[in-house]
Design a protein around this ligand. Structure first.
Ligand SMILES: [Zn+2]
Ligand SMILES: [Zn+2]
Length: 171
């Protein structure tokens, strides 16, 4: 996966992994491949453990109380997981990497998610990470809609909430 200027692939992958945490290293590798990541080298138990810790940190970015807290938490992730940018054409076509080439899979994924999330927030808006407004759902999402006013994880939850509000109004 190459980071597009808005980090869209990276934030959707992070949300998916937070909502359904991978249970094994194989599952983690498979789901990253499905999301378009080139998985080079082995993915082992140490990678899984590090990625689960990364997902906790990312979830705390989603749940930050305001923009400043969100920025501070993401800045901590960037400090831990990103290096200076450098140009590379290893896959044919110049693009930026924010890390050295010889990193573990977990380190590569951490960099992708931290930098991708930074692009997403500064490109589209600092408020564009959230949880479904249906309280018992609380699924995490990255808002890449045109309007930036997404409130629900799915149309199903939006409908559920609409029915509930309608009933409450009728009482
Ligand atoms: Zn690359
Ligand atoms: Zn929901």
């Amino acid at each position: 996966m190459h980071l597009n200027p808005y980090g869209e692939g990276a934030v959707h992958l992070a949300a998916d992994l937070v909502n359904h945490r991978p249970q094994s290293a194989e599952e983690l590798a498979d789901r990253c491949r499905t999301a378009g990541l080139v998985v080079e080298g082995p993915v082992g138990a140490a990678d899984l453990a590090r990625v689960l810790a990364l997902l906790d940190a990312w979830e705390s970015v989603v749940d930050a109380a305001g923009e400043r807290e969100r920025a501070e938490r993401l800045n901590r992730m960037l400090a831990a997981d990103a290096d200076h940018p450098r140009l590379t054409d290893h896959a044919g076509g110049w693009h930026l990497h924010y890390r050295d080439d010889d990193r573990s899979f977990a380190a590569v994924l951490s960099t992708l998610i931290a930098v991708g999330t930074a692009f997403h927030l500064v490109g589209r808006g600092m408020h564009r990470l959230g949880r479904c407004a249906v309280a018992e759902c609380a699924t995490v999402f990255a808002d890449t809609t045109r309007t930036g006013r997404r409130r629900y994880c799915t149309q199903r939850c939006a409908n559920r909430d609409a029915v509930r509000r309608h009933r409450a109004a009728g009482r």
